[in-house]
Design a protein around this ligand. Structure first.
Ligand SMILES: [Zn+2]
Length: 307
């Protein structure tokens, strides 16, 4: 079954049913008579669900002109190379720091395999390279024309060093990838903090940059629209600080990193459980990987404090 939701005129999103679950990964579709753009097409393991979503809107691949990537993590951009190989007319829009890894994903895959091990293929499927001549490379501060509208681009690192966000002034929607966190149905806002790029200071600046657009809606990959933008962002920063403080304190606790990570996971699960059902907590876990949350923040502190 395809789950399509309309955001505003010409803007919709499809639940990619990641690992047969609802509410984990959403891809946004931007439609116009002049062509279609997909914002974060998701991993190759979800390509069939994406295609069902396109069909449900009456979109064919020849109509799709652009993939706009917020960043190149596998859950957002994994299918890009596979899509472009089959449909070479499609251009892929990405920040300059992510571009080289799309052309040659070797390093990216080595670092992802360190996290996901034997589960790489089951979780993500193929990560095919994108030919360099299919890329539109961004620096931040650019404007991109796609899907019949003009998007303002902001460089928004913090979650990933090559993260950008896209703002469509005509609808007031900002497509923010993971910079504004994970929030299912406008609920609890969880900052996803996987290794290796997490940076609290840059993240806070990126949130300010997004707020400067005064968007009416944030579109989150995990999962869907968030409407109360200022309070959403305040909650993100608050929870980021809480998690960071917890991880910082955990570094001087007894035990090894596995034990520290496990304790963090349990702490975070309890935080979320106060706000939602177990089923919903599970959606957050699949989207954000709680153990990786600890690893990303521990890496940030160890670099910063040199401990
Ligand atoms: Zn993500």
């Amino acid at each position: 079954m395809v789950s399509m939701t309309t955001l505003s005129h010409g803007l919709s999103w499809v639940d990619l049913r990641f690992q047969d679950r609802d509410n984990v990964i959403a891809a946004a579709l931007v439609e116009s008579a002049g062509g279609v753009a997909i914002i974060d097409p998701g991993p190759t393991s979800c390509l069939e669900a994406l295609e069902l979503g396109l069909q449900a809107r009456g979109i064919r691949w020849p109509d799709v002109r652009h993939l706009l990537l917020t960043h190149i993590h596998l859950d957002h951009a994994g299918a890009s190379g596979t899509i472009v190989r089959a449909h070479p007319h499609i251009a892929v829009v990405v920040h300059q720091r992510g571009a080289t890894h799309l052309v040659d994903p070797t390093k990216l895959l080595v670092s992802a395999t360190r996290l996901y091990g034997d589960h790489m293929d089951r979780l993500w499927g193929e990560f095919a390279p994108v030919p360099a001549d299919r890329l539109v490379v961004l620096a931040g501060g650019d404007r991109v024309q796609a899907g019949g509208r003009v998007f303002d681009v902001a460089y928004t690192p913090g979650h990933a060093s090559h993260h950008v966000s896209y703002f469509d002034a005509s609808s007031g929607v900002a497509f923010v990838g993971d910079t504004a966190g994970v929030a299912v149905n406008g609920g609890y806002v969880l900052p996803p903090t996987p290794p290796p790029d997490v940076d609290l200071e840059l993240w806070a600046q990126s949130i300010d940059r997004i707020l400067a657009w005064s968007p009416s809606t944030l579109f989150l990959t995990h999962f869907g629209p968030a409407m109360n933008v200022p309070s959403h962002c305040a909650e993100l920063i608050e929870h980021l600080q809480q998690a960071a403080n917890y991880v910082r304190a955990s570094l001087s606790e007894p035990g090894d990193d596995d034990e520290r990570g496990a304790r963090f996971e349990e702490w975070l699960r309890q935080q979320l459980r106060q706000h939602m059902t177990d089923v919903r907590v599970q959606e957050y876990i699949v989207a954000a990987g709680f153990r990786y949350q600890w690893m990303g923040l521990a890496r940030y502190w160890r670099k910063k404090l040199a401990v």
